[in-house]
Design a protein around this ligand. Structure first.
Ligand code: ADP
Ligand code: MG
Length: 502
């Protein structure tokens, strides 16, 4: 039976192992915060404090930015692309060697099922490898100009990059940010999310061994206002790369404006997953569930709006609900569980609020509350609402939890209209056996990523990013490295008497 119970909002310390003390990583050293403060980091499956981290403030950001600035000018921009690549290859090897340990830490801190954390570790290693290889393929152009001259477009690293990442894919998001920045020749101050700073700090213990010079990668822990905002404001930081909520993205863009700092933003979504009646039915049901329930729905590209053609609508809702009810929810460490807890009490409460809203705006086909079987842990049931109007809050606002809104449509034009009726434009998927229809729909969808007959596979070789309020700039692939490069035009005159004007 589903209930929406009141839960204790604070973490518990009364039993289990003493919390492990983590430190930040600045200038090649593990250090405490300048102010001496710490904050608690939780295991969301048990609600226990599993670690403490230094509460970074502007003083720590300043220390880190200076270290990164020095490392950029004195070491990293002069390090050959071959050597930068080799460092990234070695980092990838370390992730592979520590896969089990890092995956377990990731699951304990973020809640996600262990099998998903293992995928994340593989993707993390693959991402470092990809950018290791790309480091030596960053080259400029020689331009055909109509005068005796050689015109060049040279590519140069921007300098110190400030990188702010979210809690849903903690180590993988760090890799998406670090890989291209280091390949480009930038140095970095990375701020992990305050909920999930542990895996990247653990990996940092290998930074020196893989040959990363001190100051090239710095990690400052702390919350958004105390550590994130000073990073955005720091004058030595040339560029901010952010992944997170649209509201914080807007704030970062505003705060970066004074210094005309470069920004790239990967924000939220309310992505449509569109099912035509000619789609393979079994795959469609799996695709709908996987699209929105993977990682507890804490995915920026979650297919949270499931658009289903009228003639299969009823059958689809029934089949999806029946299958959703079989998803085992529980600790991510138990391999039998396919869905873990949400990352924090705050996030659980946010999602539970939306379950209340959804109960008014739609009809419940599955879930709708917190599982009664768990007295601890920030769990929420995989939930399906149907007969949802696309204008409803649960169809327009990003929930970032395991909540699907099913919306019926009549024909192709209707599907496209509903799919695009959102402020967001991160991702979309379309399921049909008709390749002509698939491509017609793909062309009309306003989204940075469109899957056909699948949803969520993400390849490091291919670009990732949003249209509209889902942000701008692209990560991954060769696009990812562009975000860390400036372009310098060089004009070399070959005419010995070039001017002759006066
Ligand atoms: P959520 O609300 O789901 O936690 P956020 O967008 O708030 O998502 O968090 C993403 C990242 O942005 C985190 O690392 C967080 O600390 C950081 N952050 C939050 N507020 C700010 C801010 N005002 N300036 C810079 N970074 C911030
Ligand atoms: Mg926040």
């Amino acid at each position: 039976m589903a209930t929406i119970a009141q839960h204790d909002q604070t973490g518990r310390r009364e039993s289990g192992a003493a919390p492990q003390r983590f430190q930040m990583y600045i200038g090649g050293q593990f250090v405490d915060a300048a102010g001496g403060g710490t904050f608690d980091v939780f295991d969301p499956a048990t609600e226990q404090v599993m670690a403490t981290c230094p509460a970074g403030t502007a003083a720590d950001v300043d220390r880190a930015a200076r270290a990164a600035h020095r490392a950029f000018y004195e070491v990293w921009r002069g390090t050959s692309a071959q050597e930068r690549g080799r460092v990234l290859f070695r980092l990838a090897e370390r992730v592979r060697a520590r896969r089990a340990e890092l995956a377990e830490l990731e699951t304990r801190n973020s809640g996600k099922p262990i099998a998903e954390a293992e995928f994340d570790m593989d993707d993390t290693a693959t991402c470092f490898e990809y950018y290791a290889g790309l480091a030596t393929k960053i080259n400029g152009d020689v331009l055909p100009v109509p005068v005796p001259a050689v015109a060049l477009a040279m590519r140069e690293p921007m300098g110190v990059a400030g990188q702010i990442i979210p809690w849903n894919y903690p180590l993988l998001m760090a890799a998406w940010k670090l890989g291209p920045a280091l390949a480009a020749g930038c140095t970095v101050v990375l701020k992990p999310a305050e909920q999930t700073p542990l895996s990247v700090l653990r990996l940092a213990s290998d930074f020196e061994a893989v040959g990363l010079p001190p100051g090239v990668v710095n990690i400052v822990t702390g919350d958004g206002p105390s550590a994130g905002a000073p990073l955005v404001a720091h004058p030595m930081v040339r560029k901010i790369a952010f992944t997170g909520s649209a509201d914080v993205g807007r704030q970062i863009m505003r705060n970066a404006a004074d210094q005309l700092k470069r920004v790239s933003l990967e924000l939220g979504g309310k992505s449509p997953n569109i099912f035509f009646s000619d789609a393979d039915f079994e795959s469609a049901i799996d695709g709908a569930l996987f699209g929105v329930f993977i990682n507890q729905g804490e995915v920026c590209s979650a297919g949270s709006r499931v658009l289903v053609q009228r003639d299969i609508y009823k059958k689809f809702v029934d089949a999806a609900a029946a299958k959703a009810k079989t998803i085992r929810v529980g600790s991510g460490l138990d391999r039998a569980n396919k869905m873990g807890p949400l990352v924090s009490a705050e996030q659980r409460d946010r999602v539970v609020q939306y379950l209340r809203v959804g109960a008014r705006e739609g009809k419940v086909a599955a879930g709708g509350g917190v599982p009664a079987s768990h007295t601890r842990g920030w769990f929420v049931e995989p939930t399906i609402f149907y007969d949802v109007d696309n204008g409803a809050r649960i169809a327009q606002e990003e929930i970032f939890g395991p909540v699907m809104s099913v919306i019926p449509f009549t024909d192709e034009a209707d599907a496209i209209r509903i799919a695009n009726a959102t402020q967001y434009g991160l991702a979309a998927a379309v399921w049909t056996r008709d390749i002509f229809k698939a491509f017609r729909v793909v062309r009309e969808l306003e989204a940075g990523i469109v899957w056909v007959n699948h949803m969520q596979p993400t390849m490091v070789e291919a670009p990732w990013g949003g249209y509209k309020a889902s942000g701008f700039g692209r990560e991954l692939g060769r696009w990812g490295v562009e975000e860390y490069l400036e372009t310098k035009q060089v004009f070399i005159n070959l005419d010995e008497k070039p001017i002759g004007w006066y």
